[in-house]
Ligand binder design. Structure first.
Ligand SMILES: *Cc1c(COP(=O)(O)O)cnc(C)c1O
Length: 364
C-alpha cells in the first residue's frame, strides 16, 4: 500500500494497561488508575440528570453545537464566533495541525511536552523544532530563538503535561513580542480548572491582545467528562472561521454537548475538585520533601517525580500492588487521586523509593 512514509516512524497510541488487564495479570481485586489524569471524583451529578431524558439516538448532532456554544461564550465573555468545538482536544490538535502544517513549514514545541503535538507534525511531514525544558519548564527564550518566518505553530502546554509547570502572564507577553504576526501560538490549557498560581495568564486578555494566539480547553479533566470527548478552542474569529473548514460536520456528539452544558453550570463541583487536588498535591510535596525526592511543583492534577531507580522497575512494582502510573523518561507521572488513594499510593511508593523494597525482596 502507498501509506505515507512518515507513518512508519510512529506508533499507534498506547493507552497503557487497562484496569481489567492488571487485575487478571496480578490476581488483584482493587486497582487505582493514576496514569491518565482523569478526575477521581467523576463528574457533576447534574450531568446524569441532564442526560436522563435524552433519546435522540437516530438524529445527527447539532454540528455547530449551538446551545453549548452560547453557554461557553457567556461563561467566558467571548463572542460565539470565537469558539471552535472538537471531539476532545486530541481532535483539536489534529485539526490545527492539518490546517496549518505542511512540508514547507516548521513547528516549535518543548521537549518534554504533550506527545500529540509532535505526532501530528510528523504526519503532516513538517520540520519539528524541539526545545528542551529547563528544570521542567518551557524555555520560552530558547523557543523564541528557533522561531522563523516559516514557523507555523508554536505549541505551549500550560500547565505542561507531564511536568505540571506553567508559563506566567509576563513570560507569555514578552514571548509574544518576538513572534511573527502570522505564526500561531497555541496555549493548551487542558488543566486550567486546577491552576492556582496568581500569575497564570488571563486567557481572555491574551485573546483580545493577540490575533495569532489560540487557547485550548477541555471537559475531560477538571469537569470529569473524558469519556464523552469534548473540548474547545478560543481565538480570533477570522482564524476560527478558517479552522471550521477542516472540522468534520458532526465532530461533537449530542450527548457530549448536553453533558458539557450541565457540567459548565456546576461551578461548585469543579471548585471542590480543584481544592481537593491542591491538598492532594500537598500530600505528595510533603512526602517528597521528607525523603529528598526530586519533583516539580504542579499546577495540574498530576505530579512528575524523578526516580533514580529504573522507571520500569518502579512502574512494575506499583503495578503489582494495584497502582497504575505513567513512566516517562527519568521519572513517573502520577495523577492526584482522592486523599485515601494518595495515602495508599504513597505508602507503596515509599516501599520502593525509600525502603528499597525490591532490593530487600531480591536478597531474601
Ligand atoms: C489530556 C490532554 C489533552 C487531551 O484531552 P482531550 O480533550 O481528552 O482530548 C490535551 N492536552 C493536554 C496537555 C492533555 O493533558
Amino acid at each position: 500500500m502507498k501509506v505515507k512514509k512518515q507513518l512508519l516512524s510512529l506508533n499507534a497510541y498506547d493507552p497503557g494497561k487497562s484496569i481489567e488487564e492488571v487485575k487478571r495479570e496480578f490476581g488483584l481485586t482493587k486497582i487505582v488508575n493514576l496514569a491518565s489524569n482523569e478526575n477521581p471524583f467523576g463528574c457533576s451529578e447534574k450531568v446524569s440528570e441532564a442526560l436522563r431524558s435524552f433519546s435522540h439516538y437516530s438524529r445527527y448532532p447539532d454540528g455547530c453545537a449551538e446551545l453549548l456554544r452560547g453557554k461557553v461564550a457567556d461563561h467566558l465573555g467571548v463572542q460565539q464566533n470565537q469558539l471552535l468545538f472538537s471531539s476532545g482536544l486530541d481532535e483539536m490538535i489534529q485539526m490545527i495541525s492539518r490546517s496549518l502544517l505542511s512540508p514547507e513549514t516548521n513547528v516549535v514545541m518543548a521537549s518534554l511536552t504533550f506527545p500529540q503535538f509532535r505526532h501530528h507534525a510528523v504526519i503532516e511531514n513538517t520540520e519539528i523544532r524541539e526545545v528542551p525544558l529547563k528544570e521542567g519548564r518551557h524555555d520560552l527564550v530558547g523557543m523564541q530563538k528557533v522561531v522563523d518566518e516559516q514557523t507555523s505553530i508554536v505549541w505551549i502546554c500550560n500547565p505542561n503535561n507531564p511536568t505540571g509547570t506553567y508559563v506566567s502572564d509576563t513570560e507569555i507577553k514578552s514571548f509574544m513580542k518576538h513572534i511573527p504576526k502570522d505564526t500561531l501560538v497555541v496555549l493548551d490549557e487542558a488543566y486550567y480548572e486546577y491552576v492556582t498560581a496568581n500569575d497564570y495568564p488571563d486567557a481572555m486578555e491574551l485573546i483580545n491582545k493577540y490575533e495569532n494566539l489560540l487557547i485550548l480547553r477541555t471537559f475531560s479533566k477538571g469537569y470529569g467528562l473524558a469519556s464523552l470527548r469534548i473540548g474547545y478552542a478560543i481565538g480570533h474569529e477570522d482564524l476560527m472561521s478558517k479552522l471550521e473548514v477542516a472540522r468534520l460536520p458532526f465532530n461533537t456528539n449530542s450527548i457530549a454537548q448536553i453533558a458539557a452544558q450541565a457540567a459548565l453550570a456546576d461551578d461548585e463541583f469543579v471548585k471542590r475538585c480543584s481544592l481537593v487536588n491542591k491538598n492532594g498535591l500537598q500530600q505528595y510535596y510533603t512526602f517528597c520533601n521528607e525523603y529528598n525526592i526530586d519533583y516539580y511543583p504542579s499546577q495540574g492534577n498530576f505530579i512528575f517525580i524523578k526516580t533514580e531507580k529504573s522507571q520500569q522497575e518502579v512502574f512494575q512494582y506499583l503495578l503489582q500492588r494495584g497502582y497504575i502510573v505513567r513512566p516517562i523518561r527519568d521519572g513517573i507521572r502520577i495523577t492526584i487521586g482522592t486523599e485515601e488513594e494518595n495515602e495508599g499510593h504513597l505508602s507503596v511508593l515509599k516501599q520502593i523509593l525509600v525502603e528499597d523494597a525490591s532490593q530487600i525482596r531480591l536478597l531474601s
